[in-house]
Design a protein around this ligand. Structure first.
Ligand code: G3P
Length: 216
C-alpha cells in the first residue's frame, strides 16, 4: 500500500517525506485555504513547490464544476509537473472530464466518493485513483472501511485498474483497516502516519533497554 500525505502544509509534507516512506501528496481546496494559499499564481506555485519536495504523485484539485472549465483547468494543472494528478469531483461533468483526461493521457483522482456505484462509474471512465472518504462516512454512521473492502472486491472481480486511494483518514487504525480491506493507497494527515509508531510497550521496552545498557 502506498502512503500519501493529505495536506498542503509544507512543514508536514517535509516531515513525512524525511521518514522516507512517502509516495505522494493529496490536497483539496479546504486544505489549500487552510494554508492561506490565495489566487491563481499562488495556487500553481504551491503545487510546483510540493512537486519539487516530493518525488511521487501530487493531486491538484480543479475548482471549476463544468466539463469545459474542468478540462481547461486540468490541462493547466497537469502542465505544472509530470507528477501532477488532476483531482476531479464525482459529478456528471466530472465523470465526462475524467474520461476526457483518460483519453488524453492525463492522470486523474476522482474525489468525493461515497458509494460502490460511484466507484464503478469512475473506474469505467478511466480514473487513475478513486478517493472514497472513509472518515466522513463514519461520521454518518456508515462504515467507511466496509466501502473500501466492497470496492476492492468489485475492482478485483471486474479487473478495473483504478487504484483505491482511501481518503478522509482520521486515525492510525483507519490506515491499518484500509490496508486489510485492500486499499492501494492511504492518504493521511501527518498525525495519523506518526500515530502508527506508537505503542506503550515499545516505550516501556526502550526505557528498560536504555537503563540496562548502562549496566553493560
Ligand atoms: O482526502 C480528503 C480529506 O482531505 C478529507 O478529510 O477529514 O476533511 O474528511 P476530512
Amino acid at each position: 500500500m502506498k502512503f500519501f500525505i493529505d495536506t498542503a502544509n509544507l512543514a508536514h509534507i517535509k516531515d513525512a517525506n524525511d521518514l522516507g516512506i512517502l509516495d505522494g501528496v493529496t490536497t483539496n481546496p479546504s486544505l489549500m485555504a487552510k494554508e492561506g494559499i490565495k489566487g491563481n499564481d499562488a495556487i500553481l506555485n504551491h503545487y510546483k513547490t510540493i512537486c519539487e519536495l516530493v518525488d511521487g504523485d501530487i493531486s491538484a484539485e480543479v475548482l471549476s464544476v463544468t466539463f469545459d472549465e474542468m478540462v481547461a483547468e486540468g490541462k493547466i494543472l497537469a502542465a505544472i509537473h509530470p507528477n501532477i494528478v488532476v483531482k476531479i469531483p464525482m459529478t456528471k461533468d466530472g465523470i465526462k472530464a475524467i474520461k476526457w483526461f483518460s483519453d488524453n493521457g492525463i492522470r486523474t483522482n476522482c474525489t468525493l466518493v461515497f458509494s460502490a456505484g460511484q466507484a464503478i462509474l469512475a473506474a469505467k471512465a478511466g480514473a487513475t485513483y478513486l478517493s472514497p472518504f472513509i472518515g466522513r462516512l463514519d461520521d454518518t454512521n456508515w462504515d467507511g472501511v466496509d466501502l473500501i473492502a466492497q470496492i476492492a472486491n468489485i475492482y478485483a472481480i471486474q479487473g478495473f485498474e483504478t487504484q483505491i486511494l482511501a481518503a478522509s483518514i482520521r486515525n492510525p487504525l483507519h490506515i491499518v483497516k484500509c490496508a486489510e480491506a485492500g486499499a492501494d493507497v492511504c492518504t493521511c494527515p501527518l498525525s495519523s502516519i506518526l500515530g502508527l509508531l506508537k505503542h506503550p510497550l515499545t516505550d516501556i521496552g526502550l526505557a528498560q533497554f536504555i537503563e540496562d545498557a548502562k549496566k553493560m
